[in-house]
Design a protein around this ligand. Structure first.
Ligand code: DC
Length: 227
């Protein structure tokens, strides 16, 4: 059976990662959460007081960072390790969300991570979600999806996720954070969030999770078997 790469891009909290995880599981592919990589770098920069406007400090910091995805055998999901330490829980916290777009806009950071992501996808059989996967990381991905949803709906989903992790954040703060990140992610010079021309756009505001998975699975299977 031929293996393909699937790129899933879109705004924050559209359900990209939960969808990508299921698609990867059903196809027996690896799932790569590129947002987790930007978040882990943000955690390192925060813990080491790296000034993100100082290119030399950024470049030295990047040399000291090793990121790895390690499967958790209990949950069957891969978790991100920063220099040998599991940071999967820490990177999901609000203080990281508040700084991550600023760090993800740094050219050096993007080039470093894009190169790592391209290596991960060389052998195909990858479902990768992010902002620039269909445009920069895998411009030749066989299937490209671009997910959108109303900001209110996205914020409610995000607030629920944070609540489940014992972080209570007011809805207006979550909305502000999402709008702020969307704005920086869309307007940065390197790898801005854009729908790739050939990407299929899915608005998840009014469809259920199962429906969005079914749509993407259908597209994936037709690319695998019929193209
Ligand atoms: O998908 P997420 O919300 O975990 O991503 C966190 C941030 O990382 C997001 O605000 C934008 C940035 N990001 C990016 O710039 N490029 C990617 N490929 C993935 C994430």
């Amino acid at each position: 059976m031929r293996k393909i790469n699937i790129a899933i891009d879109g705004f924050s909290s559209c359900g990209k990662s939960s969808t990508a995880k299921i698609i990867a599981k059903q196809l027996g592919y690896a799932y790569i959460d590129t947002g987790a990589m930007y978040r882990a770098i943000t955690l390192y920069f925060t813990e080491h007081y790296i000034n993100s406007t100082d290119p030399i400090a950024v470049s030295h910091a990047l040399e000291k960072i090793e990121l790895k995805f390690v499967p958790n055998l209990q949950t069957n999901q891969s978790e991100i390790f920063l220099n040998g330490l599991n940071v999967e829980t820490e990177i999901r916290k609000m203080y990281i969300a508040e700084r991550v777009s600023e760090v993800a806009a740094i050219v050096d950071v993007r080039r470093n991570l894009v190169a790592q992501q391209q290596r991960m996808g060389k052998k195909k059989g990858i479902v990768m979600d992010g902002r620039d996967i269909g445009t920069m990381v895998f411009p030749d991905a066989e299937l490209k999806i671009f997910m959108t949803a109303d900001v209110q709906v996205r914020a409610e989903r995000r607030q629920k996720e944070l609540f489940e992790k014992n972080e209570l954040v007011e809805l207006h703060k979550v909305i502000e954070n999402l709008k702020h990140r969307d704005n920086i992610d869309t307007n940065r010079s390197e790898g801005p969030l854009r729908k790739a021309q050939e990407a299929l756009e899915i608005d998840t505001t009014f469809i259920t999770f199962d429906e969005q998975v079914d749509i993407i699975m259908g597209m994936a299977l037709s690319k695998i078997y019929l193209d």
